[in-house]
Design a protein around this ligand. Sequence first.
Ligand SMILES: [Fe+2]
Length: 247
Amino acid sequence: MFFNLFRKPGLAKPVDVSQIKVDMHSHLIPGIDDGVQSIEEAVKLVGSLKEAGFSKIITTPHVMNDTYKNTPEIIKEGLKNLKAALENAHIYIPIEAAAEYLIDDGFEKIFKEGRLLTMGKKYILVELSYYNMHHGFYALVFDLQIAGYQVILAHPERYSYFHDKWPVYEDLKARGILFQLNTISLTGCYSPKVQKVAEKLIDMGFYDFVATDMHNEEYLANFNKSLYIPHLQKLVESGRLMNHNLI
Ligand SMILES: [Fe+2]
């Protein structure tokens, strides 16, 4: 009985995903990053996202200078093949591609060449290294904003060097950087600390976007689990989310 009293309650009904509308961060183009590796897996996961209630998908392959050197041409070709496979499987959902850019030594060159893939009105999804923040990050954000881009930082809850440094999160927000939560962070699947930080960032009202960051079946299982978490409900019902701007 006492156990039940102190156990964190889960939701009786899953979060209504149709309210989020657009899943704007995922890795669903086969074989070009660490996401899905086969077209069959991609088709299955897209079908699951549609069934969950999303009305549009923007998939975002990694672009990294050292490992995944994905160009707009590679990504667009992959999207074309994925769309053909979805049509063959009779799965109909609008799907676009952008990218998740790691802020590394190669990023500035792509930016200066005008070859960045964006979503909606010049939104660009970026991620940071898990070891340290790139020394040029703030200057790059400034230059991107001057050039009319709106910078979305993928999963700010996952960078351990930000953990418990709330003034740093406040500074990032003050610089106009938009925050995107991975729903699965709330399950504790990355770590209990990532979960706690994600909950606190929701309580602080800091997230602007939410997404699955779908890579594979394991992510799908965690995503399904996350739909029963009260903090996700709180975020979706906060009225703060901007995913619908990407329709
Ligand atoms: Fe990602």
